[in-house]
Write a protein that binds this ligand. Structure first.
Ligand code: GDP
Length: 361
């Protein structure tokens, strides 16, 4: 497979940053994820975007095509972005990796009409506590009175096409958001004025509905990752996989399966894995690694296709015996050439850490 092939030639590789989408209910998280998926499908050549289990991968080339002059793919060596499909801070908090947040970066969605709401503040608290870099997507710009929708274009191009009045109205709302950020202890500015995205949070005006500003959002996430996360993205591609359980699911023909996000190394169809369980770590043999079939094939074929091996970062379904007691949020570790006791201990240690942190909340 690709994963194994590249691992032989280049043991250390850069993985895709994992992106989470947070924000208050109805501010547009689900719509934003749908638009990122849909627009990437339109822009990219067939197969450029890959639907993973529980996540959507947007390759750098696709971001480049979408973002036009905003992005020169030569400026980046990270392979793209992996969006976790389940939005919201509940999933963000339960999905952890080695004690930290599973997501490397986040998008905080704020409705420009509604401003900061209770779950916006909760999300900000979580982002602060986990020290997760993030950007603000100031969503629903198309609802500004008199807005003239421009479709899937960079936001400056769209703003240039608006009346002075609509532009002024949008600016008032954006400065409202920047003011609320400041009230909550975050310095922020329009993303095109931000030099240091660690000191100053970028605000990206978008419409998840029309696609305006989506190229900018992807570009900013890519730039932020490249500049500040690159070292963290360096993984041992050939090494034993490490991941987090997204969901435990019954699957016809496979029994209980786990959907995982792999954030390090490789998992193969003949691996032994240790999975965090309700009572104790589960040691089991992978029976199959399953990916969703491309949409075009779904009607005629089975829902999943088997793969031999995948490398981080990726979402994958693992079918294996004895997974009934597996837990969402629990760690998954490939054993490979290590003593299994060592891996069990590592999983136990991580589980106890998760328990402590949940008790704190
Ligand atoms: P979530 O609860 O944060 O996931 O919010 P949803 O994505 O479900 O969106 C809530 C509602 O807002 C839905 O009716 C969406 O169609 C609508 N919505 C989301 N984004 C936009 C946008 O950019 N513009 C407009 N006009 N409506 C939007």
């Amino acid at each position: 497979t690709d994963a194994a092939g590249s691992a032989e030639t280049d043991a250390t590789g850069l993985r895709t940053p994992i992106v989470a989408v947070l924000g208050h209910v109805d501010h547009g998280k689900t719509t934003l994820l749908d638009t990122v998926r849909g627009s990437a499908v339109q822009e990219g050549e067939a197969g450029a975007i890959t639907q993973h289990i529980g996540a959507t991968a947007v390759p750098l080339d696709t971001i480049g095509e979408m973002a036009g002059s905003l992005v020169d793919p030569d400026d980046f060596d990270l392979p793209g972005l992996l969006f976790i499909d389940t939005p919201g801070h509940h999933s963000f908090s339960t999905l952890r990796s080695r004690g930290g947040a599973l997501a490397d970066i986040a998008v905080l969605v704020v409705d420009v009409n509604d401003g900061f709401q209770p779950q916006t503040l909760e999300a900000l608290d979580i982002l602060k506590r986990t020290e997760t870099p993030f950007v603000v997507a100031a969503n629903k710009v198309d609802t500004v009175p008199g807005w003239n929708p421009q479709g899937h274009v960079p936001i400056q191009q769209s703003i240039d096409a608006q009346s002075d009045r609509a532009e002024g109205d949008l600016n008032d709302r954006l400065y409202g958001i920047i003011g609320e950020m400041s009230d909550n202890g975050f310095s922020s500015d329009m993303y095109w004025r931000v030099q240091d995205f660690r000191a100053n949070i970028g605000v990206v005006p978008v419409s998840a509905k029309t696609g305006e500003g989506i190229p900018d959002l992807l570009t900013v996430l890519m730039g932020l990752s490249q500049r500040y996360l690159k070292e963290d993205m360096s993984v041992d591609v050939a090494g034993p996989g490490a991941g987090t359980v997204l969901e435990v699911k019954e699957e016809r023909g496979f029994g209980t399966t786990i959907d995982i996000v792999l954030y390090d190394g490789t998992i193969s169809a003949d691996d032994t894995v240790v999975v965090g369980g309700k009572n104790e770590p589960i040691v089991t043999e992978v029976r199959a690694l399953l990916q969703p079939r491309p949409l075009a094939e779904i009607r005629t074929e089975k829902q999943f296709e088997k793969v031999d091996s995948v490398a981080a970062a990726t979402g994958i379904k693992v079918a294996a015996p004895d997974l009934d007691d597996a837990m969402a949020g629990a760690p998954v570790r490939v054993v490979r050439d290590r003593p299994v006791e060592e891996v069990i201990e590592a999983v136990e240690a991580e589980l106890s850490q998760i328990d402590v942190e949940t008790a704190d909340n």
